[in-house]
Ligand binder design. Sequence first.
Ligand SMILES: *Cc1c(COP(=O)(O)O)cnc(C)c1O
Length: 218
Amino acid sequence: MRIRERVKEILKQLPENVILLAATKGRTVEEINEAIESGINFIGENYVKEAEEKFLKIGKKVKWHMIGHLQTNKVKKAIEIFDIIETVDSFKLAKEIDKEAKKKNTIFPILIEINSGREPQKSGVLPENVENLIYEILKLENVKIEGLMTMGPFVENPEDIRPYFKLTKVLFEKFKNLKLPNLEMKYLSMGMTDTWKIAIEEGANIIRIGTGIFGPRK
Ligand SMILES: *Cc1c(COP(=O)(O)O)cnc(C)c1O
């Protein structure tokens, strides 16, 4: 199957409110353009440098999501390229985004990344620390939290990811229901090639798909 067929096949199964984001790390501009021509409007990159090279060729015809771990020294460049950073997991990082956004006189959208599997080697904030982090970030004037993102642990059986998505959805609803004036819980980003159907059942409205669009990574 080609990129075009894979994109169409996924798109036709999606509820209307769900965004299909193509995870494009390691993919060429040609591959990405084929995906865009097939109906992809959102792409996710993991590395600032790689994103920058592609951004020069692809430009703003799609929305750019940062989905990889972001170092503070890359923030300045990142907010020039990306429309949203999905992977904020520390106040330090949020503060840096706030600082650079202030210089540009903009309010920059972010998602909070949850380490739902509590894996020491993975990024994301632990579930019990999310509340503190959100309240700290709400004090910053030039970032706005628009939702949550999670990866979840690697599982052999896709069904085993469900509890981690459920946990993230519970947190999402909790903050949504607080109805804080400056906190708009709009996006819940979870689910990848093997797990996106489960993610949608559990309330995701952004799914991030790489292999399922472009084939196996080389
Ligand atoms: C690579 C990646 C994906 C997509 O993974 P696939 O299994 O290839 O669909 C989704 N989210 C993040 C953060 C990624 O790095």
